[in-house]
Design a protein around this ligand. Structure first.
Ligand SMILES: NC(=O)c1ccc[n+]([C@@H]2O[C@H](COP(=O)([O-])OP(=O)(O)OC[C@H]3O[C@@H](n4cnc5c(N)ncnc54)[C@H](O)[C@@H]3O)[C@@H](O)[C@H]2O)c1
Length: 263
């Protein structure tokens, strides 16, 4: 062992030899997570509908491969799963937003949100469960899932009826799976506050084209720390939850929101 690999191996939160899949891994929180897991020593599959962006990211990361994956499509999930022979870490990150009260949320929007944010977690987790349950035949640690939920699953947010509903369900799925497989899987969720990603920029562009800066100030102000989160600040929590240091952590929610929900 060289000096540098010896000192790397003694670092905390290493994931050497582990294989991970990050859904929606080509942008924002997913992209930062791909980079962080690879930095920790994992091989990372980047599953995304945006194959071009996933391929560019894989090329820059090195220990990663792009995979066309639409988490709303059972056929796409089956095709993607056929390529993966080993999986230790599943990060259910792909998700979309929606703005509206119950009155302005049409049934088709509600279904779209639940499809992309909830049914997707069910379908992807179910497809990869056999590989995750087999993970500890290769090493001592059990397979692990990190779901990217949101503070919107913990508290009500105005004009986010369908989104809050969907993230509440992600939290419920996290706890249910942790209880169903207590010794053979670890399942946790991260609940980010508002994080600076294309997701938030897309929202500002679509709904607040004329008053972006005013709304940006409001988004910052609802987080007592006074700023938006950075994708890397979510990614390091995912790395921790996926690591052996978190071996006693299952069914937990890690809220990372600049103090928003403490108030
Ligand atoms: N940004 C925030 O403020 C914030 C806060 C809390 C939770 N989240 C959650 O974090 C996750 C990632 O959000 P982000 O801000 O990084 O978003 P983002 O829009 O930057 O990235 C989302 C990625 O998911 C991909 N994607 C979308 N639909 C897909 C599908 N059907 N199949 C596969 N990939 C798909 C997109 O192509 C994109 O690469 C989402 O689940 C979101 O709800 C975001």
């Amino acid at each position: 062992m060289t000096d540098s690999s010896a000192s790397r191996a003694s670092e905390s939160f290493r994931l050497d030899g582990r294989h991970a899949l990050v859904t929606g891994g080509a942008s924002g929180i997913g992209e930062a997570t791909v980079k962080e897991l690879a930095r920790a020593g994992a091989f990372v599959w980047i599953g995304d509908i945006n194959l071009g962006a996933a391929e560019a990211l894989a090329a820059s990361v090195g220990s990663a491969k792009a995979l066309h994956l639409d988490v709303t499509s059972p056929e796409s999930i089956v095709t993607a799963a056929a390529q993966i022979k080993q999986l230790d870490i599943l990060v259910n990150n792909a998700g979309i937003g929606h703005v509206g009260s119950i009155e302005s949320t049409e049934p088709e929007d509600f279904d779209r949100l639940l499809n992309a944010n909830v049914r997707s977690v069910y379908l992807v987790t179910r497809a990869f469960l056999p590989l995750l349950l087999a993970a500890n035949q290769r090493h001592e640690a059990v397979g692990t899932i990190v779901n990217i939920a949101s503070v919107s699953g913990l508290v009500g947010i105005r004009q986010r009826f369908a989104y809050c509903t969907s993230k509440g369900a992600v939290i419920a799925m996290t706890r249910q799976l942790a209880v169903e497989y207590p010794k053979t899987l670890r399942v946790n969720a991260v609940c980010p506050g508002t994080v600076q990603t294309p997701f938030v920029e897309g929202y500002l562009e679509k709904f607040h084209k004329e008053n972006k800066e005013e709304i940006r100030t409001e988004l910052r102000a609802r987080q007592p720390v006074g700023r938006l989160g950075r994708p890397e600040e979510i990614a390091s929590a995912v790395r921790y939850l996926a690591s052996d240091e978190a071996a006693f952590v299952s069914g937990s929610l890690l809220t990372i929101d600049g103090g928003w929900t403490a108030a």
